[in-house]
Design a protein around this ligand. Sequence first.
Ligand SMILES: [Zn+2]
Length: 183
Amino acid sequence: MCTVFTHAFVGLAATAAFAPRGGVRLYAVAAIASAAPDLDVLLHGLGIQYEDAWGHRGMTHSLLFAAILAIGLGSLVRGGSSSRAGPGWFVRVALLFPIIASHGALDAFTDGGLGIAFLAPFDHTRYFAPWGPLPVPHFGLASMFTAYGGRVMLLEMLWVWLPAALLAGVMLTTRWRRHRRTG
Ligand SMILES: [Zn+2]
C-alpha cells in the first residue's frame, strides 16, 4: 500500500479534475473508496495470510473488485447540491472505477511486499510495475512520525500528489476558462 493519505488525495484530485461539481458526498466517497482496498488488512485478524486470495493486495486490489465497488457506490451516492443536478449514474461509476483501480496501480509502484492481484479471482498472480519509486509505509500512525515515515510521505508527494494536483489544476483552469468564454 501507499499511505491512506495518498490514496485519498488521488480520489479528491480526480473528482476535482473530472467531476468538480460532484458535491461533498461524491468527494468524500471518492476519497474513502480510493483507500478502501486496504481494508483487507483487517482480514489478517481472521487468519487469512498475505499471499492468500483474500490476503493483502489480493482480491480487494483487483480490477473486478474496483468495478463492483464503483457500481455499488455510484448507485448509492448522489452527487451535486440540491439546486443543481449532480453527475449522473454513469459518470459517477466511470469516475469511481479508475479511482478505486488506481489504488492497486499505485501499490504496484512500491518497492516491497507482494505484488497486486489485478486479475483476481481469475488469476491470482501478483504483479509489480517495472519500477518501484515508492517505499512501502510501515503499519500504524506512529510510523508516520519517524525519519522513514517522513521519507515515504515526501516521495509519495513528489510522485503522486504533485502530478495529481497538476492534473486537477489544469482541468479546473481549462473548465473555468471555457466557462468564462461561453459566459
Ligand atoms: Zn493497498
